[in-house]
Design a protein around this ligand. Sequence first.
Ligand code: ATP
Length: 199
Amino acid sequence: MFLKKLKIDGFKSFAKPVTIDFQSPITALVGPNGSGKSNIVDAIRWALGEQSAKTLRGGKMADVIFAGSDDCKPLKKASVTLYFDNADQTLASEAREIKISRQVTEDGQSDYLLNGSLCRLKDIEELMMDTGMGKDSYSIVGQGKIDSILNSKPEKLRELFEEAAGISKYKMRKDEAEKRLDKTKQDLQRVKDLIWELD
Ligand code: ATP
């Protein structure tokens, strides 16, 4: 699996639609300070579901929408689409190409699309889980990330190894199953109480 293309429209400094093709295994983004290199990484992180405006270096989520410049009016929405080559089926889908999009309007409302159809953030998180490519994952190494890994608590480090080992998905499913089991036990107890009251 690899990220082969990125489309950015109205996100941060990208007022006009821009498409970036990542054709070779290594791509270097070069440009003067403030030209938008980090905004490209922010766009990838954001499309994968980043919820923290602070991580995206903004105050609130709608701040990712192009805010205007001397020659361009501010925009009312932003969108980013990631195109993954899935020929090796790393992502749990038979499709050879997976398209993930996120769009936001000025009220801060976000929508996610998977291959063009509206979906939940959870669907995208589940798809990306254990691939190393999730929004919090190790494939995006931002400034300070190495320090934060080195200084992180054992539980946090364990999460990182679990993601790399490919077991996060199963852990999440186990947690969900345990929650459902607890809820069912409580319902069962409630039914028993009601039967006892009726007797
Ligand atoms: P450096 O090399 O200094 O790290 P960079 O190339 O990584 O710079 P970025 O941090 O990606 O640059 O881009 C910063 C630019 O993006 C700033 O000029 C900032 O004004 C602009 N910018 C950020 N958010 C928005 C927004 N919502 N609307 C318009 N421009 C924005």
